[in-house]
Each structure stands twice: as C-alpha cells, then as structure tokens.
Design a protein around this ligand. Sequence first.
Ligand SMILES: *Cc1c(COP(=O)(O)O)cnc(C)c1O
Length: 387
Amino acid sequence: MSDPCFGEVELAFLGEVIDRQELWRGTRGNFVARLEEAFGQRLGRDYVLGVTSGTCANETALAGLGLEPGDEVICPATAPLFVSMPVVSLGCIPVFAETDPRTLILSPEGIEARVTPKTRAIVVVHLFGQPAPMDEILAVARRHNLKVVEDCAQAYDCYYKARKAGTLGDVVCFSMQQSKHLTSGEGGLVATDDPEVYKRAAMYANCGMPWFQYGLEAPRAEPLAGLRTRGHYTFGHNYRMSELQGAVALAQLGKLDAFNARRREHAAIIESELRGAAAIELPYVYPDTTPNYWFYPVRVPVALGTYSEINYLEVVYQRMQQERRTSVGYPLPDYVQYVPGSCPQAEAAAPRFRNLSVHPSLPSEAVREGARSLREAVQTHCEARGE
Ligand SMILES: *Cc1c(COP(=O)(O)O)cnc(C)c1O
C-alpha cells in the first residue's frame, strides 16, 4: 500500500495560518518560530533559523561564519551543486577536494591536500544520509583553524558515535525540498550553538535586519543626519521562511520518526534483495555510524551507474575556468582549477553509483521490485560481457 505523506495535520496547520491572516513570519509569526524551537530541541542545537530553501540555508550558514570575498571553502567534488553555488554567491572560492570512493564523502586526506593560507571553511556533506567520518575531518579542521559546515540536507537523524550528524560542526544546514526526509515543498534550516553565528546568519537572511529570536539583543536603528533609518546593518538577502512553509514543516516534523522507520524498512528490503549479488556493492558504513538513507546508494558497473554530480564539470564551472574568475567576478588563483582530472578518484568513483529510492510514500513492493530489477540488469550486463 502506498501512503500519502501530507494530509489532515498539514491542512489543519495551514488553516490556522489562513485564520490568522498572517502568511509571513513578520513579527507575529507563529509556525516558523514553533518549527525553529521544536527542530532545535530535537536536533540538540541552541539556535535554529528557518529559510526559504536548502541552498539558501547553505549560503546563510556560510554567511553566519563571517566569510569574506576571496576566502576559500573546501567542498566535496561529488555532491549536488547546491553545495558549492552558495560559496560563489558569497564571493568566496569553492575548492573541490577528493572524496572517498566508497561513499563519495569528503576524505580527510582530500581536505588536507587542498588547504592553503586562504582556506577558511569546509563544507562536509553527509551524502545520501551517510554520516561522514567526523573525528578525522574535525582533526584536520582544528589543525588548520578551519570552520566546519555540516550539510545535512540529505541527513536527518543520522548518528556519528552516538551524536547526531548536525551537532558536530560549527554550523549545520538542512534542506526541506520535496524529496528530503523533512519537507515543506521548498524550505531550509540553519542551526548552531554559537549566538554570533546565529545573529550573522539571521541578519544575512533578512537583508541585514536584526530580527533575532531567543531573546538576543538587537541593535536599534539610529537616525543619520537627522533622518530616520530602517536598520539594515549588513548585506543580505530576503530568505525568510513563510508561515505556509512553517506550518507544513511543523506538521511533517511530527511524522519524521514514522518516515524514518519507513525509510529503514525500505533500506532493509533493498539490502536483503541485493546482498551477495555479483558486481553490486552495498553502501559502505563508517565505523560507529548509523545512516538514515535519503536514497540508498549502491555501486554497480559503470555502464549501469547513474550518479552525475561532479561539480566542476558543469558548464557554469567551465565558464569560470575559462574566465579565471567566479560568476560574481572574484579572480581565481592559479592553483584553483576546474578541469577534468582535478579529482581523479572522485571522477572514477561517482559514475559507479546508483541510488535507489527509499521514500516513505513508496509501497514496499515497489522498493522490492526496483531492487530486483537492478539485480537482474547487473546480472544480464555481466553475462553479456562474459564476467
Ligand atoms: C537538496 C540539497 C541542497 C539544497 O537544497 P534545496 O532545498 O534543494 O535548495 C543542498 N545540499 C544538499 C546535499 C542537498 O541534497
């Protein structure tokens, strides 16, 4: 049986928003504030900020760290472009590093190899809901005094050594786009324990206006030359989450445990169908970690792989490579190259990945069918090649 993910609770909360006649969070916002509170408690972070998308959350998280144009940010070569594009938006330079061929997650050695005096931060993506090897990554970060952003867009409720992914770095960002564990169609969340990171992030996502929650003191707009000013203190964008998004997300948060359980059931079905199958490798799990798969990543012969997210091969990066400056005009240092071959290990590994959906709306039978048909396709492929 297939289960709808959205229903009466979402409708009831949306109805409340309509009854209140207040669709933005403004100063009387209700659902976005409740979502931030509940999400922070569940995650174990002191400050949470709702924004309009995961991409905005990545950008806002980086802005929260106070990065300056020209700062270098190490990103995984193999992750959605939504990870590196926000680095460009801030005037910073994405520097792509090698990823572990078993997981496509940043490797500590890969990070180490890309550190320069201009490096300020690392964006660690817990890809597909696999928690990254954080102790090793945090050790590299400490050694070079780098900030760590955890991108948990695909990694809700995953554990690293009994700690939740998203509570280990300086700041964490989540996406609530339709496919993610928690969704409001589009939406994002930023979380941190550092009030200064929260304040910078909150101002960035509100065109520089300090509408702080959590009782944090905000500056007051001072007049200039006898004229009133409105109180824009920094550069920023309007990435404010709407009450409509907040209402749906809060309703979904109440269902997250059930969704997670369903995803685990689906993953177990796939595992039982594919375990032992020739030429199929099940996901590698780092020691002492508990994944919560967004998609279930298996490795198959290249001809049957489908993963295509190698950032610097995209046209937008090829253009930056040609012009030797980023899309917002910041010049690229000579040692930053977006050419094929930049991360050979990642380029060899990514095309072997094939991701099977474990979405909670899927009936178990569809999940089983998907796994079986992949097993047969791989078998047919190997037989045809005499393997
Ligand atoms: C989905 C995703 C994002 C961006 O989220 P959007 O809500 O789609 O903007 C960022 N990082 C990762 C790893 C993602 O999977």
